[in-house]
Design a protein around this ligand. Structure first.
Ligand SMILES: *Cc1c(COP(=O)(O)O)cnc(C)c1O
Length: 387
């Protein structure tokens, strides 16, 4: 029976020729995914075991990205989620519940801390901040109801490098899950599983995306029980991701190594220059000895990345620092990092109990500009501050 043209819009006979092969992973879009027949309908979140059942649980594009991240990080299973913060939320919801106690380093990404204290707290979870340099001393904070210990190394903004192996060993002895936010290391500059983490996550938004144009996160595990706990929670939180974003992340992976190498080199040059300026009290970059936990960085990491902070001397006024930052032409002010553009972000009045500082801190992200141009720009900025 010939179809009306309006029905043919939906059920065409026309199709492209077969046989196309490309180096790029196809972008498969789909909320509905089709079953072979009515008799074969089965639905489960684990699309690596069951036929594709629903777009929420993954498409070949999202699952290819997941498989590649798991491979790169030396994990067995990976979930791709809408952002780094979604990865943090997934881990928190999968491994905690009413009555649970969670330990977070005081240098944790702030929304991680806020999720624990503003949302999980409403569900009866108690969060406690610990000294990021506590190392094996974490054992003294573990209670019978401790379910999850977060590590983030180096920490957000203040860059303390944590002794992840010592913390993870103490957690393992007590049967507690260790989760590592491995965003700084792009999942590669620190081998999370070799250093004892049970669960590792990163904001793919940063280095894997690499161009400041997408938000994605990943959660990777080795252990089967952890995989089941995450999968069950993941499927019910509705954390759908766009295959277009996954496609961009797959492209980003191909250039990750060369970008990281160049970013490290330029960042070391710019940070080294900043360190010499008389207005700077401390450079917080893990490859420099004054960074808290520098020796641990040297032991555990295979390189450094593009984000670091400087702490100004107490005598420098915040408005002078603002004038400096606003005078920069190559450092627009914006959150996030890991892209091709250098950025600056003032953090004033940041309260830290264990590792206090003057509260006059600026975080820099270094991009793919030439180091000499960035330093010349900073020279102009410091001239304004001094003027
Ligand atoms: C940016 C960031 C996140 C959150 O990632 P989004 O993709 O922006 O949600 C989590 N952890 C760290 C350490 C980050 O820097």
């Amino acid at each position: 029976m010939p179809l009306d043209w309006r029905s043919r819009l939906i059920h065409p006979k026309a199709a492209a020729p077969a046989g196309f092969r490309s180096l790029a992973t196809p972008t498969f879009r789909g909320s509905t995914t089709l079953f072979e027949s009515a008799g074969t309908v089965r639905i489960h979140w684990d699309q690596t075991q069951t036929p594709y059942g629903y777009g929420l649980y993954g498409t070949p594009t999202t699952l290819e990205l997941a498989a590649r991240i798991a491979e790169l990080e030396g994990g067995k299973h990976c979930f791709i989620v809408p952002g780094g913060q979604a990865a943090i939320a997934l881990i928190s919801f999968a491994f905690t519940g009413s009555g649970a106690h969670v330990l977070l380093p005081e240098s944790a990404y702030r929304p991680n801390n806020q999720l624990a204290n503003r949302v999980l707290a409403r569900f009866g979870v108690e969060a406690e901040l610990y000294d990021p340099l506590i190392g094996a001393g974490i054992a003294g904070l573990i209670r019978s109801n401790t379910r999850l210990i977060w590590c983030e190394s180096p920490g957000s903004v203040t860059m303390e490098v944590q002794d992840v192996p010592a913390i993870a060993a103490a957690a393992r002895r007590a049967g507690v899950v260790t989760a590592l936010d491995n965003t700084y290391a792009a999942g590669v500059l620190l081998d999370a599983f070799a250093h004892g983490a049970d669960v590792t996550m990163q904001a793919l938004t940063k280095y894997v995306g690499g161009h400041s144009d997408l938000l994605l996160g990943s959660v990777t595990v080795r252990d089967e029980a952890h995989y089941q706990a995450l999968g069950d929670t993941h499927s019910l939180l509705g954390m759908a991701v766009s295959p277009d974003d996954c496609s961009l992340a797959l492209r980003g992976l191909q250039t990750l190594a060369v970008r990281l190498r160049q970013l490290e080199e330029t960042t070391l040059a710019v940070a080294g220059w900043l360190r010499e300026q008389p207005e700077i009290d401390t450079l917080l970059h893990p490859a420099f000895p004054e960074c808290p936990g520098h020796d641990t960085w040297a032991r555990d990491f295979t390189g450094s990345a593009s984000v670091f902070s400087v702490v100004f001397k107490p005598s420098i006024q915040p408005d002078a620092i603002i004038r400096l930052v606003d005078a920069l032409a190559l450092f627009p002010v914006g959150y996030s990092w890991g892209g091709v553009t250098s950025l600056a972000m003032p953090y004033f009045g940041l309260q830290r109990r264990y590792h206090p500082h003057s509260g006059k801190l600026v975080r820099f992200n270094i991009g793919l500009e030439r180091a000499d141009d960035l330093i010349a720009d900073l020279e102009r900025g410091f001239a304004v501050l001094r003027g």
